[in-house]
Design a protein around this ligand. Structure first.
Ligand SMILES: [Zn+2]
Ligand SMILES: [Zn+2]
Length: 144
């Protein structure tokens, strides 16, 4: 299965090559709302080696709740493409909105629904947590 994407200006291109569709989830936390300038962050959890980036990224590293997160963005238009975090070693969390066909992808889990914007209605039966789930529960929902 192959996904392609690019930043707003096109300087960075991204390609994901995976046997199955990597799991997609939405995070409704305030940091994701602020960082995306939108209602939630849409994250595709990929094995790092499956994600190839073409072009020169600009990186930003910060500490969050004892974890180190590095963001990969376009240095020209500042679109964020993915991040790596010590909370999920060996993975790259792709900002799914940069992908071609993202409108046809449906999240399998929603986290931080405590901060969800009121107009956002979640479908029945989808996995959801008020805050951050345990790693075990989250993995079970994503691999479901
Ligand atoms: Zn760009
Ligand atoms: Zn978040």
């Amino acid at each position: 299965m192959r996904f392609t994407g690019h930043c707003r200006c096109g300087q960075l291109a991204l390609e994901i090559e995976a046997a199955a569709r990597p799991p997609l989830y939405a995070c409704h936390c305030l940091n994701c709302q602020r960082w995306s300038g939108s209602a939630f962050g849409l994250h595709m959890l990929c094995v790092a080696s499956a994600v190839q980036l073409t072009g020169e990224p600009s990186t930003y590293t910060h500490e969050h709740e004892g974890q180190t997160s590095t963001q990969y963005a376009c240095g020209v238009c500042h679109t964020r493409m993915f991040n790596e975090t010590t909370a999920a070693p060996g993975m790259r969390v792709v900002r799914a909105g940069v992908l071609e066909g993202a409108a046809h992808l449906t999240p399998v889990a929603h986290i931080w629904t405590r901060r969800k914007q009121q107009w956002v209605t979640l479908p029945d039966g989808v996995a959801q947590w008020q805050e951050t789930p345990t790693a075990e529960a989250f993995a079970a929902a994503l691999m479901g």
